[in-house]
Ligand binder design. Structure first.
Ligand code: SF4
Ligand code: SF4
Length: 215
């Protein structure tokens, strides 16, 4: 078996996958390394079996992320960073783009090399040292794509021509037709062919939609 060029990264990747997380990127931040962690295909099943999903208290996803990523940070001598809990908020969008694995899509939101527009960064490990990490092999998928994301929103709330029309989106989600987005997730995100890599369960998308648009 060949010796890995980035053994500590591999160990983190393996430990994260044991919790349904995936490494979504890595970057150097001064003399430190940031390992970005996000929801992988097994994330939702892990969450459903966790105490945070069963206790009926608010914010199960963020509380689960705090506990699990906090434990991973302790395991690897790192500090945990989270995209929630602010202000101030950690600059996850900048980190994502600096990782070389996430790119700005034509409609503005990020698209990731393996999970497309089903991006859900759950946290990051800040290691107080620079560790070897794999070189990103991908470029943005957008220049060679027919860009179905641009026309997928039924009300044109997210088309790239203008800033995200949040009011139009929320108004549509209150209509019977809008239940399609509420139940299955944002049609723009689902239209991206790269999003299939996330293997996102509709129940997870519905959870995020309820958080975005409470009834
Ligand atoms: S649908 Fe195509 S153009 Fe739009 S974000 Fe996905 S890959 Fe990029
Ligand atoms: S959730 Fe539905 S209405 Fe809102 S931007 Fe996405 S596709 Fe458009």
């Amino acid at each position: 078996m060949p010796v890995s060029a980035h053994p500590e990264y591999d160990d983190i990747d393996q430990a994260a996958q044991a919790h349904g997380l995936i490494v979504m990127g890595a970057l150097r931040d001064g003399g430190e390394s940031l390992i970005l962690l996000g929801a992988g295909p097994a994330f939702w099943d892990h969450l459903q079996a966790a105490p945070e999903a069963l206790d009926g208290a608010p914010d199960p996803v963020d509380r689960w992320s705090s506990r699990v990523i906090g434990a991973l940070a302790a395991q690897f001598g790192a500090q945990a960073e989270f995209p929630f809990g602010g202000p101030p908020y950690a600059p996850f969008i900048r980190w994502a783009m600096d990782s070389g694995r996430a790119f700005q899509s034509p409609v503005g939101m990020l698209v990731h090399d393996t999970v497309g527009m089903m991006i859900s960064y759950r946290g990051a490990l800040r290691l107080p040292r620079v560790i070897p990490t794999p070189t990103p092999r991908t470029a943005s998928p957008c220049p060679t794509c027919a860009a179905p994301c641009i026309t997928a929103c039924p009300v044109g709330a997210l088309s790239g021509d203008t800033p995200y029309n949040l009011a139009a989106c929320h108004a549509y989600l209150d209509t019977p037709a809008g239940q399609e987005c509420m139940v299955n997730g944002c049609a723009v995100r689902r239209a991206c062919p790269v999003s299939t890599g996330a293997q996102r369960q509709p129940a997870q998308s519905a959870h995020h939609m309820r958080a975005f648009h409470p009834s």
